[in-house]
Design a protein around this ligand. Structure first.
Ligand code: ADP
Ligand code: MG
Length: 161
């Protein structure tokens, strides 16, 4: 099963992230797929804003993981530069995903076998200069519920369809 919505600007993508933030619970895992410039980081910025993160949120391309503490900690991964799946252990990937926060993983599709079964996978497709299609797939009860709630919230928001 898959579900979709479209944004027409970077601001709308951030808004979509702001709608996702309040739906999240400890242990949720969101994998973000899409080329450079798709809008993965913009989406995370919206989530971060909703979670009350007030420091800048940038792609953790060189750090692999940036932690934004808060009532619901945000673990922001970027696996672009990770060469081997075994390196995930070195960066504490598996413990972090099971921890007290939510994990958003840019390039999370690079090592699909390393994702928990109940992850929400968000593939972002560039369909125009500033248009992006968000295609959601899920693998268990929690990600199913999250996808449904998020798409519903986006559909109720003017501009996002
Ligand atoms: P990624 O993390 O996927 O590499 P970024 O979020 O860093 O992507 O950058 C997305 C780029 O695309 C930014 O330059 C942004 O201004 C542009 N952009 C244009 N339209 C959109 C949109 N609808 N959603 C998100 N970004 C968009
Ligand atoms: Mg990025």
């Amino acid at each position: 099963m898959a579900s979709k919505f479209t944004t027409m600007s970077p601001e709308q993508t951030e808004q979509a992230g702001m709608l996702l933030g309040p739906l999240l619970r400890p242990g949720d895992v969101i994998a973000l797929a899409g080329d450079l410039g798709a809008g993965k980081t913009h989406l995370v910025q919206g989530v971060a804003r909703a979670l009350g993160v007030d420091e800048p949120v940038t792609s953790p391309t060189f750090n692999l993981l940036l932690v934004h503490p808060g009532p619901l900690p945000l673990y922001h991964f970027d696996l672009y530069r990770l060469e081997q799946e075994t390196e995930l252990e070195d960066i504490g990937f598996y413990e972090t995903l099971e921890g007290d926060g939510v994990s958003l993983i840019e390039w999370g599709d690079r090592f699909p076998r390393s994702l928990p079964a109940d992850s929400l996978v968000v593939a972002i497709h560039r369909i125009g200069e500033t248009a992006r299609c968000f295609e959601l797939t899920w693998g268990g009860p929690r990600s199913t519920a999250l996808a449904a709630e998020w798409v519903c919230a986006c559909n109720n928001m003017a501009g996002i369809s």
